[in-house]
Design a protein around this ligand. Structure first.
Ligand SMILES: C[S@@+](CC[C@H](N)C(=O)[O-])C[C@H]1O[C@@H](n2cnc3c(N)ncnc32)[C@H](O)[C@@H]1O
Length: 297
């Protein structure tokens, strides 16, 4: 446990999908004046260096956000993607792309004074880095950092006093029980607060638990009579390829999805053009593509 460090993956294709959807959902919720509580069950370190050792070693950002920031010639990005890129550029005011904001910093940047942000991070080093990064914001009581298990801690914030909340569930899935715990968490959260907006990131990899998770989330939504939207982005085949010297080469993460329970009614029409633009931009082979499915209540 705890070998996962998001710094290796910050700004990869999964973060591009996750943070584009996160911003689109959040900005819709911020149209209403009533205070919003955002809970990030698996917050990470908050800010990442794209010119540092971690990102350099993995090269994942180079095939994700950095491709988009480089602005390869082609059609201009649709509004949801343009907004995502604008938010990322906002963390690099001098130009360039040295800093990548994680979900806590993206959310905090968009929140209003009346809103609250609860961040759970269990990794001792990342929790310390997150707390130090958040302290620099001087955001006072607006942002709380908890070094606690996000699945256990997050439900205590539900429902919030204003009865408006968005919960991002973004585990690393490094242990396979994370799949079952994610589904159980959403089930419990729905029981406590059926009108919350639940946003779950999940990897699409060839293992049964990963395959089952979106199905289980759909079942939870349907049983509760709630609408849902599921966006996926594939950048390459999941097949294990052989290197020229005959070794098996693991493909890395080929695809991921965002499952949104109680999505804003405008989300599907925002995401469809965004995904259609993104898939060819981030394609690593001919298997790249996207899906967008949903159901109304
Ligand atoms: C995918 S990363 C989060 C990325 C972040 N949400 C973002 O978008 O920038 C998952 C994080 O969850 C942390 N983690 C793992 N198990 C946890 C748990 N039970 N509760 C809270 N955090 C956990 C890991 O240390 C890691 O930093």
């Amino acid at each position: 446990m705890f070998s996962y460090r998001h710094a290796f993956h910050a700004g990869n294709h999964a973060d591009v999908l996750k943070h584009t959807v996160l911003i689109a959902v959040l900005e819709h919720l911020l149209h209403k004046d009533t205070p919003l509580t955002v809970v990030d069950t698996h917050a990470g370190a908050g800010l990442y260096r794209l010119d540092g050792d971690y990102a350099g070693t993995s090269g994942e950002a180079a095939e994700g956000v950095l491709r988009l920031l480089a602005g390869t010639p082609g059609p201009t990005p649709p509004p949801a993607l343009a907004r995502y890129l604008e938010v990322v550029r906002g963390f690099n005011p001098g130009g360039g792309s040295r800093v990548y904001p994680g979900s806590p910093f993206i959310v905090q940047r968009l929140l209003r004074p009346q809103d609250r942000l609860k961040l759970c991070e269990l990794h001792p080093t990342d929790a310390r880095t997150l707390a130090a990064n958040v302290a620099q914001l001087e955001a006072g009581r607006q942002v709380a950092v908890l070094r606690e298990d996000g699945f256990g801690a997050a439900t205590k914030f539900l429902p919030p006093p204003s009865r408006r909340a968005m919960v991002l569930v973004d585990p690393s899935y490094e242990i396979k029980t994370d799949y079952g715990r994610t589904a159980a968490f959403v089930g419990e959260a729905l029981k406590r607060f059926a009108t919350g907006v639940y946003v779950v990131w999940h990897p699409i990899i060839p293992r049964p638990e990963a395959h089952d998770l979106p199905r289980r989330l759909r079942t939870l939504a349907t049983r509760a009579g709630k609408p849902w939207l599921h966006a996926t982005l594939t950048v390459k085949s999941s097949k294990v390829a052989a290197t020229p010297d005959g070794q098996a080469r693991r493909p890395g993460l080929p695809a991921s999805g965002m499952f949104v329970l109680n999505p804003p009614y405008t989300l599907a029409e925002q995401l469809r053009p965004a995904l259609a633009w993104l898939a060819p931009q981030l394609a690593q082979d001919r298997h790249a593509g996207f899906t967008l499915d949903g159901a109304s209540a």
